[in-house]
Design a protein around this ligand. Sequence first.
Ligand code: ZN
Ligand code: ZN
Length: 446
Amino acid sequence: MPRPIPPHIAMPRPAPLVDRTPPEARHSRRRLRACHHCDWVMALPPLNSGEQANCPRCGHAEVRRHRYPAQRSMALALASLITLLVAVLHPFLGFSVQGVSNHIELTQSATQLLGFHEPVVAIAVLLTIMVLPSLYLLSVIWLQAGLLWGRPLPLSRGIARSLAHLEPWMMADVFLVGTLVSLIKIAGLADIDLGAGFWAFGVFVVLLVATSQSLDRDWLWFALAGEPAAPDATRTGETAFPQGLTSCHTCGLINRLDSQGKGRCRRCGEHLHSRRPMSLQRTWALLAAAAILYIPANVYPIMTTTSFGRADPSTIIGGVFKLIETGSWPVAVVILVASVLVPLGKLVVLAWLCLVAPRAHQFNALTRTRLYRLTEFIGRWSMVDIFVVAVLVALIRAGQLMSITPGPAALAFGAVVVITMLAAMSFDPRLIWDTPVEQQHKQGSV
Ligand SMILES: [Zn+2]
Ligand SMILES: [Zn+2]
């Protein structure tokens, strides 16, 4: 006959709703993941602060563990938001030439484009440097505040899901480089005055990057919703696809899919697919659109400089040659790489990856995966030239003496950057690693 349970064990104290200890301290069972880049199923090792777990097959970073993750990202997000507020409320840049001076605020780099009938580029600038980063920071504060108080705040799961989708579109760091390039471009023409807003924006960029680096998604989802056990009979050391499994792109949890290769994550509710649906077709279509837009982006002028009544339109390449003529070699290289080599390189690399994916099973798979990661990482830096135009248009409004207006190539080039980013996102790198058998299985669904 079993002994009666003592009352102090039978009625434990109510546990807090959120446990802020790391996942390793709470679970003895293995936590399984399938790599997002090569589909390899692995068990996460226990991680100490500062350590990260990489995929043994392709090297993709699965989890990075931070010390005090909630406190750290909360503090960084709050500090970023405050510096952004300071940057918006103070003069950003000043400019004076032959007695005519002009000051601009950060928001004017977007709003001035409206005056030149470029609403789409204006909205893109406003979204990428201010609106989306603010939303991201508020989301981080909302999530971490809930976790630190021991009770997730309403809508926490939906907000946590949206973080990963916001991240690639935050381009404050690219805008800062664009501002520096435009300052070097006009340094010989006028006296430049860096306002308090400029310095605050520089600090904001550093803090924003630190905030997104500090976010430990594995820990965040574990604290928000625990970790359901992996499906029965999940085998490590082989790919997830033949086992009918996939890892959630948002929270990492391994899930079983239905016979159609679809499902929903048990932890975060995200839609799941064994491979991104129509991955190759979508990537091809986006690449074709980007290649077509690349022509007007280079044929038409990206901006027109008018000084002393003489209009001087310049294309992207023309701008690079002009910079070389004036001896600004470093800036010419930055613009050449960001505006010409990166978009062209992305088009060529993604087209090649799509072309060989159905044929070259695992041939140079690691090299091709690394190339894919590189295209995904550098794509957003092509926006530099758009930001240069935005800053110059806003800054130089000295009336009859000198003015800069955006050209039709600005919209076309901005579209090329956004569409190639979407193309990289729609390509599924797991296709690189798929064996011919897996490819045959998927022909119906991919
Ligand atoms: Zn991998
Ligand atoms: Zn999930």
